[in-house]
Ligand binder design. Structure first.
Ligand code: DGL
Length: 272
């Protein structure tokens, strides 16, 4: 079996996995969450790169020919090095794709005011990846970037639905609005954030479109597979789904079941 690998530091990539499976249900998938070492958001470039490369190697060992980094932090800090420096040695025929470029391509089409805000982890914001990639593709779009360091910990600790989360959701929504009052689009530039969508929606004016990445990444993957028949042919189609986590499986299963809306049974692995 040669499943498509989906990697995230924790649970956030499940929001991407859900949309990918809705769009492309026939493929086999394997999800790897590095939950024991999440969040990655405030970690240094070198550490995120090392951890991500370990995960990619593991997914390759599971037979994956194609791995999606369903994590903005890993896409911002590790993707380019892995593509340029590691893949040629590991196996030039395999592919690792990220979430930032497809998202930027979609954003440029969505905004009418040409003012967009991105809310993401400190790591993604510090990389300036969204501003840099947007400037290349849509130089007329103004991007304002806001770090929301507390949102991932709230989600990873199962607090997303609780009233205490409102304080931090409102705090970063206010920062977004203060950074650029002319935005018509807010990108959730972290794959965890769709879990907070109801609360984020309640603190953003109704004319601002809030964009999660799941369907954008799913459409872009479908398009990629169509444009690359040689990769497509190497991805097996059995409709199966497996979960790997670096944390205790019962802990992963409990929260992942909420993200997936159905019971999840994972296996524990170690990465090094
Ligand atoms: N879900 C990841 C992202 O999209 C980050 C979460 C983390 O900080 O580990 O950036």
């Amino acid at each position: 079996m040669t499943p498509i690998g989906i990697f995230d530091s924790g649970y956030g990539g499940l929001t991407i996995l859900n949309e990918i499976r809705r769009r492309l249900p026939e493929y086999d998938y394997i999800y790897l969450g590095d939950n024991a070492r999440a969040p990655y958001g405030a970690r240094s470039f070198d550490i995120v790169y090392d951890f991500t490369l370990q995960a990619v190697r593991r997914l390759f060992n599971e037979g994956c020919q194609l791995v999606i980094l369903a994590c903005n932090t890993a896409s911002a800090k590790a993707l380019r090095s892995i593509q340029q420096n590691d893949l040629p040695h590991i196996d030039p025929a395999r592919r690792v794709l990220g979430v930032i470029i497809p998202t930027v391509e979609a954003l440029g089409q969505l905004t009418e005011s040409r003012h967009v805000a991105v809310v993401a982890t400190p790591g993604t914001i510090m990389s300036r990846s969204y501003a840099i990639e947007t400037a290349k593709l849509f130089p007329d779009v103004k991007i304002s970037e806001v770090a929301a360091p507390m949102w991932v910990p709230l989600i990873e600790n199962g607090e997303a639905d609780h009233p205490g989360a409102d304080y931090f959701v409102k705090k970063y929504c206010d920062e977004v609005l203060a950074a650029d009052p002319d935005i018509d689009t807010l990108l959730l530039g972290c794959t965890h954030y769709p879990i907070l969508m109801p609360k984020i929606r309640s603190y953003m004016p109704s004319h601002i479109r809030i964009v999660p990445q799941g369907s954008i990444v799913a459409d872009s993957l479908a398009d990629y597979l169509q444009r690359h028949p040689e990769i497509n042919a190497r991805c097996s189609r059995g409709g199966t789904l497996r979960f790997l986590t670096t944390e205790a499986p019962d802990k992963f299963d409990a929260l992942a079941s909420i993200f997936m809306n159905h019971p999840v049974k994972s296996s524990r692995i170690t990465l090094s």
